[in-house]
Design a binder for this molecule. Structure first.
Ligand code: SF4
Length: 406
């Protein structure tokens, strides 16, 4: 069972993705952002208008995450964010807790940024693709040089300044075969919170990763090896692919997994000119005549109620719902996944109404299979008389318990 939209007709906005600028200071080979040369910067008036509307609507989740992304957020100065955060804080009702998060290439991190991150408890994600040869193969400057040196300097400064952070590594064909090398790299740099992204086909970018039929097997082998070695090291605190899958897989029968990428306005995505979209944030900025460029209105000219109405009447929502219903009918992973990521259905299968994609196979099916595989062995061991691993009951295991199974 998957959660329905909270209180029919009344959205619950859980994540606001804001594009401070579409501009990015580098040019990764797999980048899908169409406007990465556009230097326009979000205005403080847009921040104020957006959060005035959102908080007045009563639709903000009690725990609201604001992600500054969809371009390189650090090309806009720290002072801009101080002012924006203060505006949001002034408008925020007491019933809503706001957490800010940045996803950055890390190259511009300095002590001013570290002070801002610490002061506001900002969640910081740094994109680094592993050791230098892996990273520099795809993450390049506009001139084609590698960016590793500056990114790792940013990471080292975060550590030195005691700013908590996680990394996101985009896996390529090469790094999929190198779980041990990746782990050794993270440990050598004191990186203990790790997320993997699969190089996706999105927008104008077609990923080479999906060539060949055995990708599912290769990724499963990679993730199993990495997870077990990471747990054995005792030095990795968080592996998103496993740690976020556990509560979705091991939950009471009556509990629901929520998929906010298919709920109207559960993700409110706003570009630097105030244009509003929803569902997968990657849709923001892409062009499509059939879906009116995936836009639902502009926060300066439309109320949030009008934007919600446009969403409810949109062909985009109709087709996304058709895809979710098709998933519910046909996929045994539906209770964990909730119908997948619309952007990947569109770009891989050509339709929001599609079901299975390579992306969902890798991000939903593989982690679920690994957890169930480990759980079976855990149960089997206990049934054969082995002492249960220390920790919570085996019915709701932890990553450490599961990975300790031979
Ligand atoms: S795993 Fe794929 S096919 Fe299954 S519910 Fe999710 S998106 Fe649909």
């Amino acid at each position: 069972m998957v959660a329905a939209t909270p209180a029919a007709g009344r959205p619950e906005v859980s994540i606001v993705v804001i594009q401070p600028t579409a501009f990015c200071n580098i040019g990764c080979t797999y980048c899908y952002l169409p406007d990465r040369n556009d230097r326009h910067v979000l205005s403080q008036a847009t921040v104020s208008r957006l959060f005035t509307e959102l908080f007045a609507s009563g639709w903000a989740s009690p725990e609201l995450t604001v992600i500054w992304h969809a371009g390189e957020p650090l090309v806009v100065a720290p002072g801009f964010y101080r002012e924006a955060f203060e505006t949001i804080e002034r408008l925020r009702p007491a019933s809503v807790a706001v957490r800010h998060a940045f996803q950055t290439n890390g190259m511009l991190i300095d002590t001013d940024w570290c002070a801002l991150f610490r002061e506001w408890g900002v969640g910081v994600g740094v994109s680094i693709d592993g050791p230098q040869p892996l990273h520099d193969a795809h993450r390049k400057t506009r001139r084609g040089d590698g960016t590793f040196d500056k990114t790792i300097a940013g990471i080292r400064l975060l550590r030195q300044e005691n700013v908590p952070f996680h990394v996101i590594t985009v896996l390529s064909r090469d790094s999929l075969a190198m779980p041990e090398e990746l782990l050794a790299f993270y440990l050598s740099e004191g990186i203990d919170q790790i997320c993997f992204n699969i190089e996706e086909s999105e927008g104008s970018h077609v990923s080479a990763l999906f060539e060949g039929v055995e990708l599912r097997e290769r990724y499963q082998t990679f993730l199993r090896s990495f997870w077990h070695a990471a747990q054995a090291s005792g030095k990795v605190r968080f592996l998103r692919e496993i740690d976020q899958a556990i509560p979705r897989v091991f939950r009471p029968n009556e509990a629901c997994s929520r998929n906010i990428q298919v709920e109207p306005l559960a993700m409110l995505n706003v570009d630097s000119r105030g244009n509003v979209s929803s569902f997968s944030p990657e849709l923001l900025g892409l062009k499509n005549a059939r879906y009116e460029d995936y836009l639902l209105g502009n926060i300066h000219t439309h109320s949030l109620v009008q934007i919600q109405q446009a969403c409810l009447e949109s062909a985009m929502l109709r087709d996304i719902r058709a895809g979710v219903e098709a998933c519910a009918r046909s996929c045994e992973y539906f209770s964990v996944c909730g119908g997948g990521a619309p952007v990947n259905k569109l770009f891989e299968a050509g339709s929001f109404a599609a079901t299975r994609t390579s992306y969902c196979t890798l991000t939903q099916m593989v982690p679920t299979d690994l957890l169930l595989e480990a759980f079976d062995r855990l149960e089997q061991g206990v049934a054969n008389g082995a002492a249960p691993p220390p920790g919570p009951q085996v019915a709701s295991p932890t990553a450490a318990q599961l990975s300790r199974v031979p």
